[in-house]
Write a protein that binds this ligand. Structure first.
Ligand SMILES: NC(=O)c1ccc[n+]([C@@H]2O[C@H](COP(=O)([O-])OP(=O)(O)OC[C@H]3O[C@@H](n4cnc5c(N)ncnc54)[C@H](OP(=O)(O)O)[C@@H]3O)[C@@H](O)[C@H]2O)c1
Length: 251
């Protein structure tokens, strides 16, 4: 049975990926939905006319990776699409605020994404796709979101390296790099109302981001950045000195 695995499928961009997948990838028969809150996953599963398996897992925890590995071993899914979307981001300087916020960004955005990819990859056939949700924050370090932007720089670099490794197997990896989206993310991270940059930046629509990302992945693109404004930002971050860029990129 052709399957897709989506992390963070219960809210925001992840729920939008789930909602749009059946139209764009009609061959996928079964969805594995991962997040912590089981009830919200069950609610999200109602959005699509497909079989869904619900996995209530905290992807910061090692035991969750073991549980996912055991399910894969038992059910041996044929995973045609893996979407690593779960992520969190907290505003605040290092050394201030809660340590747990800093470590959670590392544990979820880096460790969780790496562990899920490593675990699911052996079940992905030739022609399958991986989407890793990164951010415009991966293009240049953002003061006051230093750990978050470093974590997303990892996600983008990881995706490029992975795509190269998987060329021989005929599997593609796409890094998706949206700007701000009006989801729970910016509330939970204490960003909304506390960052002048977030107040003035153009927002991305999760509906359009999910659609563009699913199409880009289908085409085997290595990176997808929505909106002309952020495409230009990505180019500038490549050609201008990082120290200069960081002055414009403060959160
Ligand atoms: N919103 C933005 O401004 C923005 C901009 C650029 C990139 N991004 C990236 O886009 C992705 C999706 O963000 P979003 O805006 O859609 O966020 P969101 O609305 O807060 O949704 C996050 C999803 O991840 C799940 N999640 C959170 N902690 C988890 C954990 N420990 N283990 C497993 N799942 C967990 C959440 O479900 P549970 O809480 O039930 O676990 C939820 O389904 C993230 O990678 C984020 O970094 C967001």
């Amino acid at each position: 049975m052709k399957a897709a695995v989506i992390t963070g499928a219960s809210a925001g961009l992840g729920r939008e990926f789930l909602r749009q997948m059946p139209e764009l990838y009609p061959d996928i028969e079964e969805y594995w939905l991962i997040a912590r809150n089981k009830d919200r996953l069950l609610e999200a599963a109602k959005d699509i006319p497909r079989q869904c398996r619900i996995f209530s897992l905290d992807l910061t925890k090692d035991e969750s990776y073991a549980k996912l590995a055991a399910e894969c071993e038992a059910l041996r899914p044929e995973v045609w699409m893996l979407i690593n979307n779960s992520g969190c981001g907290f505003l605040g300087n290092i050394g201030e605020g809660e340590l747990e916020h800093q470590t959670r960004m590392v544990d979820l955005n880096l460790k969780g994404l790496t562990a899920v990819t490593h675990t699911v990859l052996p079940y992905m056939p030739k022609g399958s796709r991986i989407i890793n949700v990164s951010s415009i924050a991966s293009f240049c370090p953002n003061a006051r979101m230093t750990t978050y932007s470093a974590s997303k720089a990892y996600v983008t670099a990881f995706t490029f390296g992975l795509g190269e490794e998987l060329k021989e197997k005929g599997i593609t990896a796409t890094a998706v790099c949206p700007g701000p989206m009006d989801t729970e993310f910016i509330q939970l991270g204490g960003i909304k109302g506390n960052s002048k940059t977030f107040d003035v930046l153009p927002y991305c629509d999760p509906v359009k981001v999910a659609r563009g990302a699913l199409i880009a992945a289908g085409m085997g693109k290595s990176v997808y950045t929505p909106r002309a404004f952020y495409k230009l930002y990505r180019v500038l971050a490549k050609v201008l000195p990082t120290k200069l860029m960081m002055q414009f990129a403060k959160t």
